[in-house]
Design a binder for this molecule. Structure first.
Ligand code: PFF
Length: 453
């Protein structure tokens, strides 16, 4: 939906939920969550992540929708409009700008991984993994990474599909398809979990994911675990990008923000945890390294598909569904840049789509080169890909999200917040404790801790 539609409202609650779930569920759940768990040592990360989702992500999701619903405009102007109506500075609109830039950067590397998923779909369909052992599967992945042209081709295809969907204005259709395809993705994850139950490594994976060693929270690197978990909570719920603010601006007053947020958060979390149970048993039963990094799902899942009887079909379908989930997120990620160009420059919508797609694509090419020819190019100790990822997840998203809770907890008139949420008595007090104190202070503590360490 573009803001040029004069702020129409969602035709149905379902439309809103589908768009929000479509944006939230994506590579963040299936590709990023497992490898971050692996890099951060397992269950401790999962525990902190779940706390961040419940105590910080959930209230910020509600806060962002509320700002959009009250402002009825694009993220920048919604902040300004609501601030102005409360007699506060309109410079809050600046936060909207951080979001536009953040979405732009995220999509650049997101599209590279979307390209990997597309490439893997064709590889599995072509039977490339049939009967391969873990070393051979890893070799296939490394060969892909070493080839700038392969990575560029698939990144281009993913970006092209995203641009075409948005240019044709068929995002609603894509979101409606999500109603069938996201649950199907869930079912396939369960099929893989079922396969794992019979093929070993399951108990080890459950312990790895759910039995935290709390001493890791005091040792060296602990603040990085917490900041990573916080950043990922924002990433996976699409917070701090202005995207949920934009969605909220199309929302009618009859919709309960709290119950909508509960649905989105539960679905998103369940899919991430299921992805963990689909991947780690394969890692352990094949003696692989859980801290292998961004390639984790690409070196583990093909092993399972390569040895299942219906692996060819299931594997192809699985990577097709991941690509689809990635597309429902990427169409939300490209929208802020397009709207910005459309509203602030004389460009038409189509021209805005073209310009935004090319600019994002170019940055994505720089990101993918960090897996091969530019692997030595470092920005503040990180290659380009990691730099873009960390800059957004660990800094831009949490800062923009922090602003959203401060705005709703402290800047907006609390009587209107209460009536907007329909809360009273104890539940209103609980909301206030979380929105005014727990969420913003949580983010601030994590930041200070990281800076001090
Ligand atoms: N939430 C998406 C995922 O988990 O894959 C990624 C994403 C979409 C991040 C939109 C941020 C965003 F604004």
């Amino acid at each position: 939906m573009s803001s040029k539609q004069n702020h129409a409202q969602w035709s149905s609650r379902m439309g809103f939920i589908l768009a929000a779930v479509g944006s939230a569920v994506g590579l963040g759940n299936i590709w990023k969550f497992p490898y971050m768990v692996g890099e951060s040592g397992g269950a401790v990360f999962v525990l902190v992540y779940l706390l961040c989702i419940a105590l910080i992500g959930f209230p910020i999701l509600v806060a962002e929708w509320m700002i959009g619903r009250r402002g009825q405009k694009n993220p920048m102007d919604s902040y300004s409009a609501v601030a102005a109506s409360e007699g506060k500075s309109t410079s809050w609109g600046f936060i909207g700008m951080v979001g536009i830039l953040g979405a732009f950067i995220i999509l650049s590397f997101y599209s590279v991984i979307g390209g990997w998923a597309l490439n893997y779909m064709t590889k599995i369909a072509g039977g490339q993994f049939s009967g391969l052992d873990s070393d051979a599967v890893e070799a296939v992945f490394n060969t892909m990474l070493a080839s700038p042209s392969t990575l560029t081709i698939w990144h281009t295809v993913f970006m092209l599909i995203t641009g075409i969907i948005v240019a044709l204005g068929v995002t609603n259709g894509i979101e409606r398809a999500a109603k069938v395809l996201i649950p199907l993705l869930g079912v396939l994850l369960l099929v893989i979990v079922g396969y794992n139950l019979m093929n070993g490594g399951f108990g080890e994976a459950v312990t790895y994911l759910f039995s935290p060693d709390l001493t890791k929270l005091t040792g060296e690197g602990s603040s990085d675990i917490v900041l990573s978990a916080l950043g990922h909570a924002f990433f996976t719920l699409s917070l701090g990008m202005g995207i949920m603010i934009a969605y909220g601006s199309y929302l009618g007053n009859d919709v309960s923000l709290l119950s909508m947020a509960r649905t989105v958060v539960i679905l998103d979390t369940v899919i991430a945890l299921a992805a963990g149970l689909a991947i780690f048993p394969i890692i352990f039963s094949n003696g692989m390294d859980p801290a292998a990094g961004p390639g984790l799902i690409f070196v583990s899942l093909p092993i399972a598909f390569g040895s299942m009887s219906a692996g060819l079909v299931l594997g192809t379908l699985f990577f097709l569904l991941i690509t689809f989930a990635a597309l429902t997120s990427s169409i939300s990620l490209i929208e802020p840049s397009i709207e910005f160009l459309e509203e602030r420059t004389p460009m038409s919508r189509t021209m805005s789509v073209i310009v935004a797609s090319i600019a994002i694509w170019l940055l994505g090419v720089a990101a993918l080169l960090s897996f091969n020819v530019w692997s030595d190019v470092m920005i503040m100790g990180n290659n380009i890909f990691d730099f873009l990822d960390k800059l957004t997840s660990k800094f831009m998203l949490p800062i923009a999200g922090l602003a959203a809770t401060i705005f709703v907890g402290w800047v907006m008139n609390q009587d209107s917040v209460r009536s907007e949420l329909g809360l009273s008595g104890g539940s209103w007090t609980l909301w206030q404790i979380i929105a005014k104190f727990v969420a913003p202070i949580g983010v601030i503590i994590v930041f200070i801790n990281t800076l001090l360490n």
